[in-house]
Design a protein around this ligand. Structure first.
Ligand SMILES: *[C@@H]1O[C@H](CO)[C@@H](O)[C@H](O)[C@H]1NC(C)=O
Ligand SMILES: *[C@@H]1O[C@H](CO)[C@@H](O)[C@H](O)[C@H]1NC(C)=O
Ligand SMILES: *[C@@H]1O[C@H](CO)[C@@H](O)[C@H](O)[C@H]1NC(C)=O
Ligand SMILES: *[C@@H]1O[C@H](CO)[C@@H](O)[C@H](O)[C@H]1NC(C)=O
Ligand SMILES: *[C@@H]1O[C@H](CO)[C@@H](O)[C@H](O)[C@H]1NC(C)=O
Ligand SMILES: *[C@@H]1O[C@H](CO)[C@@H](O)[C@H](O)[C@H]1NC(C)=O
Ligand SMILES: *[C@@H]1O[C@H](CO)[C@@H](O)[C@H](O)[C@H]1NC(C)=O
Length: 423
């Protein structure tokens, strides 16, 4: 029994001790609470007072600098004027403030549809290359378009000055509005004094200096791609020069490109000095000699690859750094990049016919008297059989170069007959 009693007493003692401790604790807690409450109230009072105080200060400053500010424009001018010099703004604020509130109210009044959001900006803008590349690299994660998207072909002209073949292109594009878009990158030194024909009017993008065989040629190509990517309707992207002509009519070229399952970036391994000889060992290990490719710069690609090209921040800096002098980035960057990362979707061939048979660093150029019906016919059937969507086709080249300005009138005479521009 004793054992039990003592056992019973022990918990009783413990209980009373516990309750004592609890009471003490509770009192402590209560005092803490009271203290905390007091602090909180004091804090709230002080902060509201301070806010009022600083607001009053700014308000007095503001009323000094402007004659009659409206209450709605107050907040915007307060935030904008706080860091700038007060004396300078003595006359300006009233004007800028009213403009700001007007555009603000217009924006809030306007109801924008998806069309409005997707509208490509004006071809002339002041975005930097860095801003453009970032903007163009955006991709919708939902692949299905929630509207009827008619795919367009982006014709990107990398030219020195005037697109002298424009009368031919006018005929080519006539009647196919809505299925194509045009972008022109010309040398900044070209002042554009020659009258632009309608389809090229206002299609010149902000351009920079381009040197033959220099890495800034790739920068220009990427600049064209980024500008063209801003139009969500553009699905195929083709690079052309002022010396290029179409070999078929619009309908044929459009169907060929829109239905194509592969890209057309020429890429091959050239063992000689003009191929592997241009490889720089500093590019290793990111680019090995085995991966080094050569090809014509006149590419054609789909939207997916175009986005990959403008988003490439790994290989392009390597070319900028190590492909200089006798390296000629325009003949190696895209062929190498595409062959390393996107070879599966590439046909490895170009769509632009060119005559290298004469030798030398430049392909054959055509003068006025060279242009005959026979020449155009031979270019159209100069097909040794090539692959198109896993099948063999006789239609290998859609474009040809290099034509000099003097060829325009004879081309205009022969081309419609052979190419059936009006079909
Ligand atoms: C904003 O709307 C007002 C009237 O609603 C109009 O007078 C003004 O021109 C518009 N401003 C702009 C920038 O569109
Ligand atoms: C482009 O123009 C806008 C409006 O004039 C200006 O706010 C912006 O700073 C300019 N950007 C560049 C990069 O010049
Ligand atoms: C454009 O440049 C050409 C040649 O440099 C010059 O003759 C012409 O006057 C210039 N035109 C304008 C409008 O600046
Ligand atoms: C190519 O596309 C056109 C429509 O643009 C279509 O009418 C035609 O059937 C397609 N051809 C092939 C081979 O898929
Ligand atoms: C293109 O070249 C790559 C090698 O760079 C090769 O793997 C691929 O099969 C080629 N594609 C075609 C269609 O020939
Ligand atoms: C293809 O072009 C080459 C080079 O101009 C020429 O020698 C050849 O005769 C042409 N082939 C055909 C079938 O026209
Ligand atoms: C390839 O050609 C065959 C007949 O020549 C045709 O039945 C098939 O649809 C073609 N395939 C493609 C992908 O165009």
């Amino acid at each position: 029994m004793k054992g039990i009693q003592s056992q019973n007493q022990k918990p009783l003692n413990l209980l009373s001790k516990l309750s004592n401790a609890f009471q003490l604790h509770f009192l402590n807690m209560l005092s803490y609470f009271l203290l905390f409450g007091c602090g909180l109230t004091l804090g709230i009072i002080i902060t509201t007072y301070m806010k009022d105080f600083s607001f009053n200060l700014q308000f007095t400053q503001f009323s000094i600098s402007t004659s009659s500010p409206s209450s709605s424009s107050l907040s915007s001018s307060l935030s904008s004027s706080s860091t700038t010099s007060q004396t300078l703004e003595k006359q300006i604020p009233t004007v800028s403030v009213t403009e700001e509130t007007e555009t603000k109210s217009n924006i809030s009044n306007q109801i924008l549809g998806l069309e409005e959001y997707l509208k490509p900006p004006s071809v002339m803008h002041n975005m930097t290359d860095k801003e453009l590349l970032w903007r163009a690299s955006m991709v919708p994660r939902i692949p299905a378009y929630p509207f009827n998207r008619v795919p367009k072909v982006a014709f990107m002209f990398l030219v020195r000055g005037h697109v002298f073949m424009s009368p031919l292109w006018e005929q080519f594009f006539k009647g196919h509005e809505g299925l194509y878009s045009i972008y022109v990158h010309s040398n900044p030194s070209y002042n554009g004094s020659a009258p632009e024909s309608p389809v090229f009017h206002g299609r010149r993008i902000p351009s920079k200096e381009v040197g033959w065989g220099k890495v800034n040629m790739i920068e220009a190509e990427r600049r064209l791609l980024t500008n063209a990517l801003l139009d969500v309707s553009n699905e195929r992207f083709i690079l052309l020069s002022e010396a290029c002509i179409p070999l078929y009519n619009f309908k044929t070229i459009y169907n060929y490109l829109i239905n194509a399952t592969k890209n057309h970036v020429m890429a091959y391994d050239e063992p000689g000095v003009v191929g592997r000889g241009r490889y720089n060992y500093h590019m290793y290990p990111d680019i090995s000699l085995k991966q080094w490719r050569k090809g014509s710069q006149w590419f054609e690609m789909n939207r997916e690859l175009a986005i990959e090209v403008v988003s490439d921040s790994k290989y392009f800096p390597i070319f900028q750094k190590y492909c200089r002098g006798n390296c000629y980035s325009d003949e190696h960057y895209l062929p190498t990049l595409v062959s390393i990362k996107f070879w599966e979707g590439n046909s490895n061939r170009s769509l632009t016919w060119v005559d290298w048979s004469k030798g030398g660093p430049h392909p054959a150029r055509f003068w006025r008297t060279d242009v005959t019906l026979e020449l155009l016919r031979s270019m159209r059937r100069n097909n040794t059989g090539c692959a198109y969507n896993e099948n063999s086709t006789n239609l290998c080249y859609l474009f040809a170069r290099k034509f000099l300005p003097s060829t325009v009138d004879r081309l205009l005479k022969f081309a419609p007959k052979i190419m059936h521009f009006n079909d």
